[in-house]
Design a protein around this ligand. Structure first.
Ligand code: HEM
Ligand SMILES: [Cu+2]
Length: 559
């Protein structure tokens, strides 16, 4: 009894303070690790950029492909994952009345598993035994420890997914007939998508382990690549959906407005969850052995994701305009004067959103067979995902950090750090315009990705790439300044900023909106639909790859 009273007292006390201390510790730890990884990953990126411009010769104990593998793994897998869970769990705790003790155990166990996994992955890379890039395509063969580390990392992600499911299910049990609050609804969608996307890659890794140990001699290359991209393509969209959650839920609050239609927001989430996994073959458009109709289906499904994305673009501008008009904004683009451009929390989110227009357009080009043959495996692709991941996703995460870190640390965002953040945002944007612009252009001229500095015996074409490589190095240099400022800001807000209370800025639903229909809560149904769509896209090609399999490949260590 007494503990029960204590418990309610504790909940009340933490409610008053705005944040549950134990939950804050979880988010703080995840975010701290995330930004340390960004710092290291940033320097690795810079090393690559300088090397490719011919400005930096890497030492023999750390060659280009080790750096590249680590940069990819750190940025695409680790920075993003740690940030996402720090962010989502802070929101779940805030909206659903604190995390359950059981859920906290899940999240801490997940943390341990991910750290063990990351260490196991990094050791063989440093030993030059795993230069297989973050895609680890067979027949390139890494040390078994690399794959075992990936398993630990994936288990960590799964535990975080399950923790979120338990938390949301518990709330639903206690709030029968109600809609899950919007941030937690986003969190549910993101976790559902991640939970299922991890299954194909886990199967892949589990059969690569005996192969890398030498117990099995050969491996089916096409099956591996397909299982990888069913995950890899979805992962990218998981980070996109995470960024989107801030645009829909947080951005309207920061400008003093209200959210866009609650029903349609939930429909966008459901659509992204159902259609995502099925675009994987657009990464394999040039791969042999996939029949044309199957490729076409994946292209169609990839383009289908454009639909909820366009809905998002529409929604955001509708919110800006509506809010601005209420505040007296006039004319077609008058909203633009009313936006808080000097507020880093908004500015970063806005640029993150705006960058998705060119990023998405480039993506549509790559999804088209004929156009992709021009840019496939060139620097164009690297330019593309530094826009999608490096701006749309990373800048959204940076923007979120300016209120999330003070919120969980019981501190406030000072005008100085806000100013620093605005400068950081512009440096990052300009750096990425330089770097990504140069990458896109030089890719059109044929410069390959994943290739350390070479002039191909002073071949004229290769020499023609050099000015762009210089622009890339300039962009990379600006970006590393951006990384340092960002990490400094996070450390400051976490440990040194003045104490005080910061709000978790969740915007309210529109006034006099019609009630959201309850079918949006039928996750069981949406998951079944998703699995049917996935089956439609993958059963036939995977069966074909296995039944009509060519001879398997032994492993190669090309480095
Ligand atoms: C300081 C900032 C950064 C710099 C200077 C940088 C630079 C580079 C360069 C030069 C490459 C490609 C090289 C090649 O293909 O040979 C690369 C690859 C890559 N970058 Fe970055 N990058 C930065 C930040 C980021 C961020 C924030 C992300 C994602 C969140 C990211 C994700 C990736 C990925 C996934 C690859 C592909 C690795 C591969 O092909 O295996 N980078 N980066
Ligand atoms: Cu994709």
């Amino acid at each position: 009894m007494e503990t029960a009273i204590n418990q309610t007292f504790k909940t009340k006390a933490t409610k008053l303070l705005g944040v549950n201390k134990e939950d804050a510790k979880i988010s703080k730890t995840y975010l701290f690790v995330s930004f340390v990884i960004l710092l290291v990953g940033g320097f690795l990126g810079l090393a690559q950029g300088l090397n490719r411009a011919g400005l930096l010769e890497l030492p023999s104990w750390l060659n280009y492909y080790q750096v590249l593998t680590m940069h990819g793994v750190f940025m695409l897998l680790a920075f993003t994952t740690f940030f996402t869970f720090g962010y989502l769990y802070a929101g779940l705790s805030h909206e659903l009345g604190g995390l359950l003790p059981k859920v906290r155990k899940f999240v801490w166990t997940a943390f341990a598993s991910k750290i063990i996994g990351a260490v196991l992955v990094v050791i063989p890379i440093l030993m030059n035994e795993a230069s297989v890039m973050y895609t680890f395509y067979p027949p390139l063969k890494a040390h078994p420890m690399f794959y075992i580390g990936l398993v630990f990392f994936a288990v960590g992600m799964w535990l975080c997914n399950v923790g979120a499911f338990i938390q949301v299910a518990n709330w639903r049990k206690n709030n029968k007939g109600k809609h899950v609050p919007i941030f937690s609804y986003f969190a549910t969608g993101i976790n559902v998508l991640m939970f299922f996307a991890l299954i194909p890659v886990a199967i892949e890794v589990l059969y690569l382990i005996p192969w890398s140990l030498g117990w099995v001699k050969t491996v089916n290359v096409m099956v591996s690549r397909t299982l990888f991209w069913a995950f890899g393509h979805t992962l990218v969209n998981i980070w996109y959906l995470t960024a989107t959650s801030a645009w829909y839920v947080i951005a309207p609050k920061l400008i003093g407005g209200r959210r866009w239609s609650d029903t349609l927001t939930r429909v966008v989430i459901i659509a992204l969850v159902i259609m995502n996994i099925t675009g994987g073959f657009h990464h394999q458009i040039i791969d042999p052995g996939i029949s044309l109709p199957v490729k076409m289906m994946h292209v169609f499904m990839s383009l289908a994701i454009g639909f909820p994305s366009l809905m998002t673009a529409w929604a955001m501008f509708a919110v800006f305009e509506k809010t601005a008009r209420k505040q007296g904004g006039k004319g077609l683009i008058g909203w633009y004067k009313k936006m808080p451009w000097g507020d880093v929390r908004f500015l970063a989110l806005f640029i993150s959103m705006a960058s998705f227009a060119p990023a998405g357009a480039g993506g549509i080009a790559q999804t088209t067979n004929q156009l992709d043959t021009v840019v496939h495996n060139t620097m164009w692709i690297v330019g593309h995902f530094h826009l999608t991941l490096g701006v749309t996703v990373a800048l959204a995460f940076f923007g979120i950090s300016y209120w999330l870190v003070p919120y969980i640390s019981g501190r406030v965002l000072t005008p100085q750090i806000n100013k620093l953040g605005v400068i950081q945002t512009w440096i990052w944007t300009i750096g990425m315009i330089f770097m990504s612009g140069a990458m896109h252009t030089v890719g059109l001229f044929g410069s390959p990705r994943r290739t350390s500095f070479t002039t191909y015996g002073d071949h004229a074409t290769a020499l023609g790439w050099n000015p762009y490589m210089m622009a890339m190095a300039v962009g990379g240099t600006l970006l590393i300044i951006g990384v340092i400022l960002q990490v400094y800001a996070v450390i400051n807000m976490m440990f040194f900023a003045p104490r005080g209370e910061t709000e978790f800025p969740i915007a309210e639903a529109e006034e006099n909106a019609s009630p959201t229909p309850y079918w949006t809560e039928r996750w069981g149904l949406w998951i079944v639909v998703m699995l049917l769509v996935v089956a439609m896209a993958y059963v036939v090609p995977l069966t074909e790859f296995i039944v009509n399999a060519p001879p398997g490949s032994p492993g190669f260590k090309t480095w």
